[in-house]
Design a protein around this ligand. Structure first.
Ligand code: GRF
Length: 203
């Protein structure tokens, strides 16, 4: 299954996906990595792994539709039918989401629906929760909102800092995202309403 990955920054989740692919553990191949930041370190990671890349500097609000039309053309040309957002900092336009129904995945560093949006780890610390974590979900037209595929919990230690908590969540993200992709491409998820049931049994 040819996979497209959208990135904006560091690219550690992209790296974990590429590593799973290299181990033969993904069930998919990263066919194209797309970015709104041509200087993103994530693109270097993609190139080093031999993945094709597409990037354009972010054109601003007025250029948004044209940006995503071109991006969509590129991922279509690469034959991608599954799209992963991995630290991609732009909101996808609704028309693009509708064009790929239930075929776009995102990872978010909290247990959704708690703490959507930016700085989820800092939000969790400030709120004082004792458990947070990470979520892989299907992308719908609202931010950090679509049906949940997998979640993993991470305890918030006494006196934790944002950096330390983020690091511990990130380690779980690196396991969770490849696992979600693997299950997804194997047909391991079934959607009923906004509930995702694991094929073969339990939710
Ligand atoms: C991760 O924490 C991810 O959950 C969030 O953005 C961060 C991206 O990190 N959406 P990286 O670029 O994958 O290292």
């Amino acid at each position: 299954v040819p996979l497209a990955v959208f990135v904006s920054g560091r690219g550690s989740n992209l790296r974990s996906i590429l590593e799973a692919q290299a181990r033969g553990d993904l069930g998919a191949e990263v066919a194209l990595v797309l970015s709104d930041r041509p200087e993103a370190p994530a693109l270097e990671i993609a190139r080093a792994a031999g993945a094709a890349t597409w990037s354009r500097p972010w054109p601003g609000r007025e250029g948004r539709d044209a940006f995503f039309e071109e991006a969509d053309g590129a991922l279509g040309a690469a034959g991608c039918r599954l799209i992963c957002l991995a630290g991609f900092m732009r909101l996808l336009p609704a028309w693009l989401v509708r064009r790929h129904p239930n075929r776009i995945l995102n990872i978010h560093p909290s247990l959704l629906p708690a703490f959507p949006g930016k700085d989820a780890q800092a939000q969790a610390l400030a709120y004082g929760v004792k458990v947070t974590g990470c979520t892989v979900h299907l992308v719908d037209e609202q931010v950090d909102h679509g049906p949940i595929l997998l979640q993993r919990a991470v305890e918030v230690h006494e006196g934790a800092t944002v950096e330390e908590l983020s690091q511990r969540i990130l380690e779980e993200e690196h396991r969770l995202y490849p696992e979600a992709i693997r299950l997804y491409v194997r047909g391991g998820f079934r959607l009923t309403g906004r509930r995702v049931i694991r094929a073969g049994g339990e939710a």
